[in-house]
Every structure is written in C-alpha cells, then in structure tokens.
Design a protein around this ligand. Structure first.
Ligand SMILES: Cc1cc2nc3c(=O)[nH]c(=O)nc-3n(C[C@H](O)[C@H](O)[C@H](O)COP(=O)(O)OP(=O)(O)OC[C@H]3O[C@@H](n4cnc5c(N)ncnc54)[C@H](O)[C@@H]3O)c2cc1C
Length: 382
C-alpha cells in the first residue's frame, strides 16, 4: 500500500524469524510464573536471562556485544514477549532506544563501555526528556548545562521519568543557553548527556499513577556534574539526536500489544459459539490487530533495509493506541462487566486494569495531536 508521503509494503517473515518464535515461546513457557500481562515488571534477573539467550542488542555489531541478527527476528522476539506479558521493563528502554542512540552517536569509548553491558542485561536506562512545562514542546526545555572545568554543571527539573528510581543511567536532554536568550533558534544548543543515576546532585521523587503504582518520577537536578566524556554525540546536536531516538521509540510493536491478553480473554469469554454481537465486536478488533501488525512488520522491514520510517511509525502509533484504547471499552460493554480493580474474577480485574491503563497509551512517546502533526508534515500538508 502506498499513499503520498508514506509506504507500507508487505513483509514476509524469513524462516529464521519463524524458528525464533518457537524458541521464544519455549523460553517463556519455562518462565510462566513470571508472566504478568499489562504489568511490564522490572525484573533484572529475567533481563539477564533474556540477554543470555542473545535477545538483547540483537541487531547490534558483535564487537559491541550484539548478535548481528535481523530487525525481523528482533520483531518476532518482542512480539512474543509483549503478547505473553513478560517482565521486560529493566531492559526495555536501553535495548529499544538508548543503546541504538549510543551506537549511532556515541564515541568509541562510550560504545565499548555501554553496549556490551546493555546486551548483557546489566544496565537499565531512563529517558530524561519531559519537564513540568515542556512535554510535547521539547524545544521549551529549561534544564540547562553550563560548561565548567572537565565537564558540565546541570540544573533543572525533569518529570514523568519512567523507572528513574530503578535505572542505572539516564539520557538527559538539556539546553546550553538560558531559555529565550542567546539562541539562534529554539533547537540550537540542545545536548544529550549520559548521566550515572548515582551521581551527587540527583534527587528522584515518586509520582504515583492512577493505579496507585510507582512508575513515574520527578527528578531535581542541582549542580549535577557530568564529565566531558559523557556528552552523547556533539554539544548542540541534541535536537537531531532526540528526533532519531523518538523514531526508535515509536516504531516498536509495543504500541499495540500492551492489552493483547485482554483481547485474547474476550475470545475465550465468547466461547465456541459466541453471541453474534460479541463475535462482531471482537472480530472487528482482531481485524484491526491484523492490519496494524502488517503495517508494523512493514516498518521492521524498512528498518532492516536501513531506512528511517518516521512518518509510518507515527501512523502505527496513532492507530495502534486508538485500537488499544477501544479494547477495554468493548470488553466492558460486550460482557457487561463493572470495572473493579480488586475483583476476584480474572476477566474483570484485567478489564479494570486495561481501562486504567488506556489513557496513558496516547500520551507516552508523543501525544496523538503531535503524531498527527508529524503525519500531516509527511503528507506535505504543513
Ligand atoms: C506512561 C507514560 C510514561 C512516560 N515516560 C516518560 C519518560 O520516561 N521520560 C520522559 O521524558 N517523558 C515521559 N512521559 C511524558 C510524555 O512524553 C509527555 O507526557 C508527553 O510528551 C506530553 O507532554 P505533557 O504531559 O507536557 O503534555 P502537553 O505537551 O502539555 O500536552 C497537553 C495536551 O495538549 C496537546 N498539545 C500540546 N502541544 C500541541 C500542539 N502543538 N498542537 C496540538 N495539540 C497540542 C497534547 O497533544 C495534549 O493533548 C511519559 C508519559 C506517560 C503517560
């Protein structure tokens, strides 16, 4: 399928990817007790086990601890992990975006230090982009780094930083000038830093989400010293780098598989001979899933071919989150269940969790409105 500005070509999975799917399923069956759909647990031991299978840094060069396998094999591995609710959080950000960002922009020393550790499941990363008054408008970042002897001093506040309280490192997005002053344009001077979360000057405070759980944080940076050799890429190139990092974040299949177990349970609830309205509603969701999967696989094929499918990734994320937000709504109406997080009934408990989870899906990794702006630009409409 091709429209002005984007393409979605059909991609067939190669035999190596099909064989890998069986291997991942066997592995997950051996760790059945750790699987918790929709929870995305932070489990370093599980991450090390995934690494030992060669499934972290899968596409990276062997010289940096990677395995030089294809993007389509990685796709299949991720798909199985998500569909089964594997506890992938401890390695997710590092494997999906921090590692690829370091591979693309890092110095030789940074690649040699960070990548083998990430591929071994030893390092968890956080994303230090959003701030109290700058989420969508990342160019409005106020956290500022100032050059000092041997490095930089950073002051500012970051917000919504997932798992910062558990992470070893954070890729921190800063500006070098005072907001609104000394700037050629709003993107100039932006810089990314690889920050050791144990450094003095970092205070991480929890932000509790609607489920009463601690994933987010607010981070106060007070005279945080970052050594010169922990600048990622070039000082002033942070804007281009962060756009490339967001493309890694948006192109993964985790944009429509978070609530997969709830859809599978709807099929189970319908039984052998489902009520026609339940069959129609569930069937509609399944056809959406199949279409999204084909589109997402097409993106993996483009990544494999060395392309940067940013607009296609924005489309899949926008459509994928719309589809996922529909699942708990349909699940509630079709089987007439009242949400109750503490319900003994597994279906009701999962449905309730799905409902509480749904709003975040169209906010994290770029809001719906921002993605539609990117798509409009891709179509030449803006
Ligand atoms: C589960 C979750 C995890 C997250 N994890 C992280 C993380 O680890 N690290 C991190 O840095 N951030 C993280 N975030 C933050 C996330 O990136 C921001 O919440 C998001 O970018 C939106 O920014 P904001 O909250 O400041 O809202 P705003 O940018 O203030 O947006 C508010 C509303 O205004 C709309 N809007 C804003 N600008 C425009 C525009 N130009 N045109 C049209 N509409 C517009 C938005 O679409 C939205 O509906 C996370 C968020 C969630 C929900």
């Amino acid at each position: 399928m091709s429209l002005a500005g984007f393409r979605f070509d059909a991609v067939e999975l190669p035999p190596a990817a099909l064989a890998l799917r069986e291997e991942v399923r066997d592995f997950l069956a051996q760790h059945r007790d750790r699987l918790r759909p929709m929870h995305g647990g932070f489990d370093r031991d599980f991450s090390r086990k995934v690494a030992a299978k060669g499934w972290l840094g899968m596409t990276w060069p062997k010289q940096y601890g990677g395995h030089e396998r294809s993007s389509l094999e990685r796709y299949v591995m991720i798909e199985e992990m998500l569909a089964h609710g594997a506890p992938v959080t401890a390695h997710w950000v590092a494997d999906r975006q921090s590692g690829p960002n370091i591979l693309k922009f890092g110095t030789e020393e940074q690649k040699q230090f960070f990548l083998p550790r990430i591929a071994a499941g030893e390092l968890a990363f956080a994303i230090g982009m959003s701030e109290p008054n700058s989420g969508s408008d990342l160019a409005g970042t106020r956290t500022r780094a100032v050059a000092v002897q041997g490095g930089y001093l950073v002051n500012g506040t970051k917000l919504w930083t997932s798992n910062a309280h558990l992470a070893d490192y954070m890729i921190l997005f800063c500006r070098m000038s005072e907001a609104g002053k000394d700037e050629v344009d709003r993107h100039s001077g932006a810089t990314q830093f690889l920050v050791d979360m144990k450094s003095p000057g970092i205070e991480v405070r929890p932000v509790i989400n609607m489920l009463g759980e601690h994933h987010f944080n607010e981070i106060f940076l007070t005279d945080l010293f970052v050594p010169e050799d922990r600048v990622l890429g070039k000082v002033g190139d942070g804007w281009q780098q962060v756009m490339s990092e967001l493309a890694f974040e948006r192109s993964a299949p985790d944009r429509f598989l978070v609530l997969f177990k709830l859809l599978a349970d709807m099929v189970r609830m319908g039984g052998e001979d489902p009520d026609p309205s339940a069959a129609t509603a569930t069937g509609r969701l399944i056809t959406h899933l199949l279409t999204l999967r084909r589109m997402s696989l097409s993106i993996a094929g483009m990544v494999q071919a060395g392309q940067q499918p940013n607009v296609e990734a924005a489309i899949v994320k926008d459509l994928g989150t719309r589809y996922e937000q529909e699942i708990p709504e349909v699940a509630r109406l079709v089987f007439n269940a009242e949400p109750d997080l503490s319900a003994a009934d597994a279906y009701v408990a999962m449905l309730s969790r799905g409902l509480m989870n749904a709003p975040r899906l169209s906010i994290q990794g770029g809001t719906r409105e921002i993605l539609r702006g990117i798509i409009a630009r891709g179509l030449g409409l803006r």
